[in-house]
Design a protein around this ligand. Sequence first.
Ligand SMILES: [Zn+2]
Length: 375
Amino acid sequence: MTQSKSIIDRFLDIEDPWSLSKTERKDMLVGSIIEAAEHHYKNNSVWRRLCEVKNFKPTDINSYEDLNRIPVISTRAFKGGFDLLSVPSKDIVKVHMSSGTSGSRSRVPRDRITLDRNRISILKTNAKFRSSDPGYLGMMSPSPDEISDLTIANYAKISLEDFSSYDFFLRLDGGFNPEQVVEKLNSVTDRPVNIGGAPMLLLGLAEYVLKTGNRIHTMDERSAVTAGGGFKNAKGQVVDRETFNRIVMNAFGTKEENIRDVYSMSELNGVLPECEHHLKHVPPYFYISIRNPANIDEEVPYGEEGLPVFIDPLAHSYPGFIVADDIVSFKTAPFKTCECGESGPTLATKVRRAEGAEEKGCGRHVDELSEQLSS
Ligand SMILES: [Zn+2]
């Protein structure tokens, strides 16, 4: 007898999960999360211990509202060397790392099951929120084949599956030559010509174009500019989104609605793309809640800023029950409809790193986790 498919995998099989009714979506999400919670409770001693401390059992989940009770792990724990495996270490195929300085990098272990689910989630989300036809993609980043351990490379590699042709313009040593980029983009025959990458490199290219007048003639109204990885420059200064959009529009002739940021983190098996209103859509596979940095167990009032909690049932090799040290706010409530016509939840355009007192929220959470596990 063949084993019946898990709810999670049936959820991923659905052609367009955004089209499900509110009740169907809730049922699939709650069912998937119960399955995931039971798996991690049974196979992950760190998370089980945390559940015991918080007086929680997976059997406590009976409804959507109960999902808020699931104990979460700070993404900082993935930087701190906790053993967060829920499968034997021999099953790990890839350890994805966040970019950033070596001491602050997350290390996220993925087995084949998690990698396959991660890929489907990203492809379906990209297809839903694509700002233009795939055509050609010029990426201002190193080739994923050279930096395959980086989360961002994993995302780029999966996203490329949809494009007819592509190039990578950042050398591994950091070398980036805008003149060569313009020359290459002007020789591309596939349409539309889209570009993507870190905001600062996209700005570098835009500023070169504006300064020299050496234009990219192949980019037009249909072209999309997709940014990912945060709007901070090397000196740590934040470039505001309005300035970024204006420079990009001037340099490349891109329509503002086709300039999109993608928000994600190494620990999440998917991405939050922007719609044409620049709101970040949470895919139906994840439960999200926004918490008070001073008390991670408490939700902030709707619309206020806080730390995002994601309950990600696609993670099989580690518990995908996480709280990140970013500051976000809801713009569309779960199951309400965004201005773009797709159902929410959505987050406001601006996402920033938690700083100062807010940052201590996640730090304190990891300290508590250490204490609880050692006591
Ligand atoms: Zn929208």
